[in-house]
Design a protein around this ligand. Structure first.
Ligand SMILES: NC(=O)c1ccc[n+]([C@@H]2O[C@H](COP(=O)([O-])OP(=O)(O)OC[C@H]3O[C@@H](n4cnc5c(N)ncnc54)[C@H](O)[C@@H]3O)[C@@H](O)[C@H]2O)c1
Length: 497
């Protein structure tokens, strides 16, 4: 299929939805508090949003629990009705895509085309993928020993708490909602405080789509208050979380301290991208550049450690630096810009501080390294060489447009170095040699490995991390199972069946 034409953004879009969404109603916070969401391109306030806290989370969880009761309207629906609701929500996102994309770019700063490709389109796709699953969730009949008829039922895990980050706000909100609803759960979603606006717009579409009250609730708020209240809530059966490894650890602790709620974690990464000398150099340089620079480097599986074979190292570095210098940065609504701003001042400062540490620790800054302008949170595309594994830039997730290029000599050495990280989200290898490709792919400790490509995503396939990059999987059938409990039923029979 050819890529659809990207339409013009909405001019002077008014922010309509800033309230907490509980029981299909937009309401103010119990405390009366609000927080500001900022346009990262200008640093100016976009809107004041109602700030949910523990009392609001309690209300939302009570609404989701009531909607999950066995005699509630939602539980009496046919499974295919849940699929129909998800299809309807996807259609509504498609109908409102220009408003949603405009809002995403205003709130997050990502290029308008990325708001289409990375968010509204992904949101539609994931909702449609799981909509089809709703009436295809099947158990087994089991030839158990003894005089019994034995079968399993796959039942919804219950009330789900979903916590999302700011880098793909709409896409990740939809990615939590879709499998939870397909499985028959109800849900309370807390979007990231930096980018709450598209999730709140989505709330208005939830109501239009016809979801019964309480099935999907959306509570904007801060992490250490609203997020923590959800994590520690005794009446939440499962948390599905995307965000940093540090907060992932708090979520597991919260589960352990309270009711052992199920937990799925999609966390950070420091993903290796390995280039062998037989690869197509122009292609490998471009894909490796995009692997780290796309979405301003704010991608959990970004190719943040580029390992290049010594035979092509000099030339690869030369071309990568040339490419990084050409990358256009500026107003994300201007289609000629490849990068917009980083999401907020905190991220800007974190990235600049890590760049400084790289320079102090002896890495060679080939290009970039500075803030661009004094308005908004723009960072120059940056390339470092002569990086060693002990440097902070090599170990910590920078989450910015900073490429690190390392030199290697042979396959076993690079596998070892690539795996020398506490993360394990993704990895890539570029080579024309199938034996090398398979050896590397099978040896890397990562949840996803790309061969001769990067950042290829399909909702039909699972995604998730080894080691400290996560727990469990999202997407595909694996992602659905994460929202299901398995019940085994034995029925005594007079004879062996
Ligand atoms: N693996 C993936 O699929 C994936 C995708 C996107 C982002 N990420 C990771 O997310 C991180 C960037 O996002 P971030 O800075 O927003 O992460 P973050 O962990 O600070 O925030 C993510 C979410 O958690 C909430 N939160 C913060 N403190 C909390 C607490 N104490 N209890 C409960 N919730 C809390 C935030 O409000 C936000 O909604 C990066 O590390 C990135 O790699 C991972």
């Amino acid at each position: 299929m050819s890529a659809p034409k990207i339409p013009e953004p909405v001019k002077d879009l008014k922010v309509e939805f800033t309230k907490i969404f509980i029981n299909n109603e937009f309401v103010d916070s119990v405390s009366g508090k609000t927080f500001a969401t900022i346009n990262p391109s200008t640093g100016e306030k976009l809107a004041e949003v109602q700030e949910g806290d523990k009392a609001d989370i309690d209300k939302a969880v009570a609404a989701a629990r009531a909607a999950f009761k066995r005699d509630a309207e939602y539980r009496k629906h046919d499974a295919s009705d849940r699929g129909r609701l998800l299809f309807k929500l996807a259609d509504l996102i498609e109908a409102h895509r220009v408003q949603l994309r405009t809002l995403e770019t205003l709130d997050n700063g990502k290029p308008f085309a990325m708001s289409y490709l990375g968010d509204t389109l992904m949101a539609q796709k994931v909702l449609r993928y799981y909509a089809g699953f709703a009436d295809k969730i099947v158990g087994q009949t089991i030839p158990a020993d003894g005089n019994v008829f034995c079968y399993t039922r796959h039942e919804p895990v219950g009330v789900v708490g979903a916590i999302t980050p700011w880098n793909f706000p709409l896409h990740l909100a939809a990615s939590k909602i879709a499998p939870a609803i397909a499985a028959g759960c109800t849900l309370v979603l807390k979007p990231a405080e930096q980018t709450p606006l598209t999730a709140l717009y989505l709330a208005s579409l939830v109501k239009q789509a016809g979801f019964p009250a309480g099935v999907i609730n959306i509570v904007p708020g801060l992490g250490h208050t609203a997020g923590a209240a959800l994590t520690n809530h005794p009446d939440i059966n499962k948390i599905t979380f995307t965000g940093s490894t540090e907060v992932g650890q708090l979520i597991i602790q919260g589960s352990g301290k309270t009711n052992l709620k199920r937990v799925t974690l999609e966390l950070g990464g420091k993903s290796p991208n390995i280039i062998f000398p037989d690869s197509d150099l122009d292609y490998a340089v471009e894909v490796s550049h995009q692997a780290i620079m796309a979405n301003m480097g704010q991608v959990c599986c970004a190719g943040s450690r580029t390992f290049v074979h010594e035979d092509i190292y000099e030339e690869f570095v030369r071309r990568s630096v040339e490419r990084a210098k050409k990358r256009t940065v500026g107003d994300p609504f201007d289609p000629k810009n490849e990068n917009g701003p980083q999401v907020d001042e905190t991220q800007l400062k974190k990235i600049l501080e890590l760049i400084e540490s790289g320079k102090t620790e002896g890495a060679k800054l080939e290009c970039g390294g500075k803030r661009l302008g004094d308005k908004g949170y723009f960072v120059e595309p940056t390339v470092f060489t002569d990086v060693t594994s002990s440097m902070r830039v090599a170990k910590e997730e920078i989450f910015g447009p900073v490429q690190l290029i390392f030199k290697f000599k042979d396959v076993d050495e690079v596998i070892e170095r690539a795996n020398d990280t506490s993360y394990g989200l993704a990895a890539a290898v570029f080579t024309k040699n199938i034996d090398t490709a398979l050896k590397v792919a099978n040896s890397l400790e990562a949840g996803t490995v790309w061969v001769n490509t990067y950042n290829h995503f399909a909702f039909q396939a699972p995604f998730g991390g080894y080691k400290m990059s996560g727990q469990g999987r999202e997407f595909g059938h694996y992602g659905l199972e994460a929202f299901l409990e398995v019940k085994t039923v034995y029925v005594r029979t007079p004879t062996k069946l």
